[in-house]
Design a protein around this ligand. Structure first.
Ligand code: G6P
Length: 612
């Protein structure tokens, strides 16, 4: 989703800002723009399309300056065209603004401004905000900073903004309410960004702004204040622990492929120092202070969006099977507006790679208000969900740049397995079973390696099925969410329509779609439900569907019934979802590449969805 980068220093701002935009591309966007201040002049260049195209336009222009802001826009209000791209300027060309989030009362504000005689060029809510700031600046003769503050008092909605003013060229103002902002501190230079990725190559010293805070940069340095009370704050500087390598592709053609291969390492990182092998349990330090309430919970809710929601479904099976506590898994967008049953014995777990997803954040705020204990399972350290939950576990998957989540998903499954182990061992899970699960987790590295060492079978299957317009993914039990995630990966990056279903449910609808053109992917380990899945495979076979199976052993039955087999090493049933997800990620990847799709930045999708 939209990305923000601001630079305030003495160097040429243009390459820093353009490079910053490139680092933000992964978030998903449809237009980009840049504004710099130079000798009292404010120059803006913005257009629909890719950062590369903006870069070419910038190279042909005379844009110059050492203070500037730049933005990648993911359209909400108004189509993705040049006019709607950020930065937006007020009609007098005095103030320029970039904005993430949504101004919900923009239409009332716009009408009021139009009555004052203000004219608008774009369809965006952002232009309303910049015109409002300018109106306070001119009409009420406020300083730039005061005008920003006054305008933000009128606004309903969410924002992360950075603004410049032609008449106060040495001031940059930024503010956060609902959309994250990070301030980077380097020698004589400052950076403002929607996440740390465009900052890391300049400095590791950052300050994360909290809700309702603003930053004022001027020649004396930086000041952080509360927006609404105008109170100066002193905030701790945090050291970023991500590396530049993490946000670069290395020798891989795409971030997604790199991140799929990273899983050999990241899953081990997720477990490092946490598994207690001889106890068949786990130590999750971030939960220690809340362990009593977790262990005595009468019910859990898991709330999340997208891929993280699929991880939550696997979590439900694991927790209910190991600890016998009921778990409800809810889309955060539903949870936040629904009458959920919550009391002080309820634990609400929010799962989020980015830790910034607007609906998930709103869901945990609601859960907290209603008295639940909130637990975060997040990947991004210091993210809003990580900070606002009562306790939590980091997934330690490292930066995930590909829009389609891969290594963050398997890291979430790994955390949920350890969570279920820990809770299970305090409840119903026998030591022996706990040790079996823990051993399988430890052995997972080799299991994954064997899938990643030879991908030729997956590439072959992709080649054979690349012309299909629809795919069906089927699984039972723990592997039903794996089917959902396999289908999601495929549609996200290859634009092939795909559905995931519980295998037995197929006959209540999707079976109508099956013909010789329809590949059907079964996730079928040799577990208790294997025989049942075989029956479902037979049902597809009778209708001439193309059968692809992900299984853990070759067998004569499968040889007879299936067109393609993807065999992964045998592992504990409860760990199989982690192992089975990886070939499905690769299958989606190879299909998308064969279809010439932009794997890392699929159309219309955003990495971090900060609007509801
Ligand atoms: C977007 C991303 C998905 C992700 C979902 C939830 O839709 O494209 O990959 O699963 O948001 O994001 P979160 O950061 O909360 O896990």
């Amino acid at each position: 989703m939209c990305g923000i980068i601001g630079y305030y220093g003495n160097e040429d701002a243009i390459p820093i800002l353009i490079n910053g935009l490139k680092r933000l591309e992964y978030r998903g966007y449809d237009s980009a723009g840049i504004a710099v201040i130079n000798g009292g002049g404010l120059n803006v260049l913005k257009q629909a399309g890719k950062v590369k195209e903006l870069e070419s336009s910038v190279e042909e222009s005379t844009l110059k300056g050492s203070v500037g802001i730049a933005h990648t826009r993911w359209a909400t209000h108004g189509e993705p065209n040049d006019l709607n791209a950020h930065p937006h300027m007020d009609e007098t060309g005095t103030i320029v603004l970039i904005h993430n989030g949504i101004i919900e009362n923009y239409s009332n504000l716009r009408e009021a401004l139009q009555k004052e005689g203000v004219t608008f060029k774009s369809d965006t809510d952002t232009e309303v905000l910049v015109q409002l700031i300018a109106s306070f600046y001119r009409r009420d003769k406020l300083s730039f900073e005061q005008a920003v503050r006054a305008a933000l008092q009128e606004v309903v909605g969410t924002f992360g903004i950075v603004a410049l003013c032609k008449e106060e060229p040495d001031v940059m103002v930024a503010a956060r309410h609902g959309s994250p902002l990070v301030l980077g501190l380097s020698d004589g230079a400052y950076f403002l960004a929607s996440d740390a990725s465009p900052i890391i190559e300049h400095t590791r010293n950052v300050i994360y702004l909290d809700e309702g805070e603003m930053v004022i940069l001027n020649s004396d340095g930086y000041t952080i204040k509360q927006i609404y009370k105008n109170k100066v704050l002193s905030k701790a500087v945090t050291t970023l622990n991500m590396s530049l390598e993490e946000i670069e592709k290395g020798n891989f053609p795409h971030f997604m492929l790199k991140e799929i291969f990273d899983q050999k390492q990241t899953i081990m990182d997720t477990m490092r120092g946490r598994l207690i092998l001889d106890e068949g349990s786990a130590h999750l330090g971030g939960l220690m202070d809340c362990l009593d309430r977790i262990e005595n919970a009468s019910r859990f809710y898991i709330t999340a969006c997208g891929t993280s929601w699929h991880a939550g479904l696997v979590g439900k099976y694991l927790i209910e099977e190991c600890a016998h506590i009921p778990v409800h898994v809810e889309y955060a967008s539903e949870f936040r507006y629904r009458k959920v049953i919550i009391d002080s014995d309820t634990v609400v777990i929010a799962i989020s790679q980015s830790g910034e997803t607007a609906d998930t954040l709103a869901a945990i705020r609601k859960a907290k208000e209603m008295g639940a204990l909130t637990v975060g399972i997040c990947n991004v350290v210091g993210s809003s969900i990580a900070r606002e939950t009562d306790c939590g576990v980091y997934t330690r998957a490292g930066s995930e740049i590909g829009v389609a989540s891969t290594k963050a998903f398997t890291a979430q499954l790994t955390v949920l397995s350890m969570f279920a182990l820990k809770l299970g061992r305090r409840k119903n899970l026998s030591k022996r079973e706990g040790i079996n699960i823990a051993k399988s987790l430890v052995g997972i590295e080799k299991t994954i390696e064997s899938t990643l060492d030879d991908t030729s079978n997956l590439e072959y299957i992709a080649g054979e099925t690349v012309k299909a317009n629809n795919f069906l993914y089927l699984g039972r039990g723990l592997n039903f969410p794996v089917a959902l995630e396999g289908a999601l990966k495929l549609k996200e990056i290859s634009y092939i329509h795909a559905e995931g279903y519980p295998a037995a449910e197929m006959k209540h609808g999707p079976i109508a779609l099956i013909d010789e053109k329809m590949p059907v992917v079964f996730i079928a380990p040799h577990d208790l439900t294997f025989g049942k899945v075989i029956s479902n495979i037979q049902e597809v076979k009778s209708r001439r569907g193309k059968i692809i199976v992900v299984t853990d052993k070759k067998s004569k039955r499968l040889d007879k019934l299936t067109d393609y087999q993807i065999v992964v090493p045998t592992t504990h049933t409860r760990i199989f979802p982690i192992v089975a997800s990886i070939p499905l990620q690769l299958l989606a990847y190879y299909l998308a590449v064969l279809r010439g799709c932009e794997v890392d930045q699929p159309r219309n999708l955003a990495k971090s969805v900060t609007v509801e």
